[in-house]
Write a protein that binds this ligand. Structure first.
Ligand SMILES: *[C@@H]1O[C@H](CO)[C@@H](O)[C@H](O)[C@H]1NC(C)=O
Ligand SMILES: *[C@@H]1O[C@H](CO)[C@@H](O)[C@H](O)[C@H]1NC(C)=O
Ligand SMILES: *[C@@H]1O[C@H](CO)[C@@H](O)[C@H](O)[C@H]1NC(C)=O
Ligand SMILES: *[C@@H]1O[C@H](CO)[C@@H](O)[C@H](O)[C@H]1NC(C)=O
Ligand SMILES: *[C@@H]1O[C@H](CO)[C@@H](O)[C@H](O)[C@H]1NC(C)=O
Ligand SMILES: *[C@@H]1O[C@H](CO)[C@@H](O)[C@H](O)[C@H]1NC(C)=O
Length: 406
């Protein structure tokens, strides 16, 4: 039987990345700004509050800048990992994911062990409608989600005492677990999750045809999608270790046009992991790096943007045709901004980088004018619009960043 082999990969980090008052769990959408301006798309992150998790959805203007529109209740609870009381409460990349093809958004609810899926229209992408009810994540303390390219399958990563992955069939009106996709990692973990050392970092459903998380590794399950209504995952995962010098695999993105991954590594900088069998994997140290845990790719500049929560900066990296990485630029996000999850969106032919600056409760918007030419264009305050609608926000809980453009 010919198999269409996709893969699910996830990275496990062993690393060092860096009030909730009791409020009613309002089951409603909180309008932050009723002025309907023109929008080129939307950006989303979550409050991850233990009293109730909300997605804050902002319009993206034609200049790339954000205008917060509404906070939408996930009907689930946020949760904070045992990570020494620091930020990055889910110690992960991918707490919120968007698929443009299916126009669906997914978010983890670590405190209630569920996943919430929302549908939206391209004409009004901040208007999120919950699909069904939050669904059991297949384990405890889910921290990361990823859609397949066509947006019909969603996979979730659980980092708690019951850890592992589960995938779901999703559409704008239903979500259901796929029976042969529940797989365990058998990690000796706790609920909430304890880390970063020894914790899971990200799940990523690799594009069709891609070959595929000692201390840090990638766990790779092959997906047999020959039965398209019921894809199944291989029983066991393949383990791909960090290249020599690399230690703590964290957030990842595919390398454009290659069978390879660019993987953040808060112990050294980043790793390029070659999946083509050509043995070109390598670990790269970044001068002055403190906690590079997240990464995003820009189609327009062709470069990779690694986010450093400790050094408050973005390290822009070029990867050449032989998979050699080199630092192009270090761009300061701002002192004590504690940048976490990134997302790149293309607006009128220009890429913008959206980074959740959790420590300063802001979203940092950067215009990518070209390779090496990153410019801060906005620091969006989160506390103001949140207090306007009485929504609790805590810098240590805020998580996730995903964008949608038409
Ligand atoms: C924010 O959350 C932390 C725990 O993660 C807690 O110690 C702190 O009191 C909270 N701050 C506010 C303002 O609620
Ligand atoms: C699991 O971790 C706990 C806490 O570190 C430790 O006490 C226990 O021995 C571990 N169990 C196994 C089976 O490794
Ligand atoms: C595909 O999977 C579904 C659900 O398990 C099953 O009902 C169906 O018979 C399968 N189809 C084929 C061709 O194996
Ligand atoms: C997939 O990986 C295997 C083993 O590393 C390698 O032999 C093969 O060429 C790879 N396939 C592709 C399409 O890159
Ligand atoms: C890969 O290359 C490194 C040096 O670049 C070498 O030490 C190692 O043995 C090679 N591994 C394989 C499987 O060829
Ligand atoms: C950030 O901190 C550094 C070192 O303390 C200082 O030199 C620099 O002026 C600060 N930058 C801003 C924008 O405050």
């Amino acid at each position: 039987m010919k198999l269409s082999v996709q893969s699910v990969l996830l990275s496990l980090a062993l690393a060092y990345c860096s009030s909730a008052t009791i409020l009613p769990r309002w089951g409603k959408t909180l309008e932050m700004n009723s002025c309907k301006g023109e929008a080129s798309g939307a950006a989303y992150f979550m409050t991850n509050e233990p009293t109730g998790n909300y997605i804050i959805a902002s319009d993206i203007g034609s200049d790339g800048k954000l205008n917060p529109r509404r906070a939408v209740y996930t009907s689930g609870l946020g949760g904070h990992a045992n990570n020494g009381g620091g930020g990055d409460g889910t110690i992960s990349q991918g707490a919120v994911a968007v698929n443009a093809a299916s126009k669906l958004l997914a978010a983890v609810n670590p405190g209630s062990h569920t996943i919430s899926v929302f549908s939206f229209d391209s004409s009004n992408p901040t208007d999120l409608r919950l699909v069904g009810a939050p669904i059991a994540s297949g384990g405890e303390f889910p921290t990361s989600v990823s859609f397949s390219k066509d947006g019909k399958m969603l996979c979730a990563l659980n980092g708690g005492e019951v850890n592992g992955i589960r995938c779901f069939q999703v559409s704008s009106n239903s979500i259901s677990p796929l029976s042969s996709t529940q797989r365990s990692l058998n990690l000796n973990q706790t609920t909430p999750e304890t880390g970063p050392p020894g914790s899971v970092s990200q799940i990523f459903v690799a594009p069709d045809g891609m070959n595929a998380s000692d201390p840090g590794y990638l766990a790779v399950w092959d997906i047999d999608s020959s039965n398209s209504t019921s894809p199944t995952l291989s029983k066991d995962f393949r383990r791909i270790s960090a290249p020599s010098g690399g230690q703590n695999l964290f957030g990842l993105v595919p390398v454009k046009g290659q069978q390879a991954l660019a993987v953040a590594d808060p112990a050294v900088g980043y790793n390029i992991i070659d999946l083509s069998g050509q043995n070109r994997s390598a670990s790269y140290a970044v001068d002055g790096q403190m906690a590079i845990c997240w990464v995003a790719y820009s189609e327009k500049t062709g470069n990779y943007y690694f986010i450093d929560a400790g050094a408050d900066r973005v390290t822009e990296v070029a990867v050449d045709g032989s998979l050699k990485g080199s630092t192009v630029n270090n761009h300061a996000v701002g002192n004590n901004t504690g940048p976490l999850d990134p997302s790149v969106a293309t607006i009128d032919g220009t890429d913008y980088l959206y980074v959740l600056a959790a420590a300063s409760t802001e979203v940092s918007v950067m215009k990518l004018n070209g390779a090496g030419q990153t410019k801060n264009v906005q620091k969006l305050d989160i506390i103001g619009p949140a207090s306007f609608v009485g929504l609790p926000v805590n810098a240590t809980n805020l998580q996730g960043m995903a964008t949608y453009t038409k």
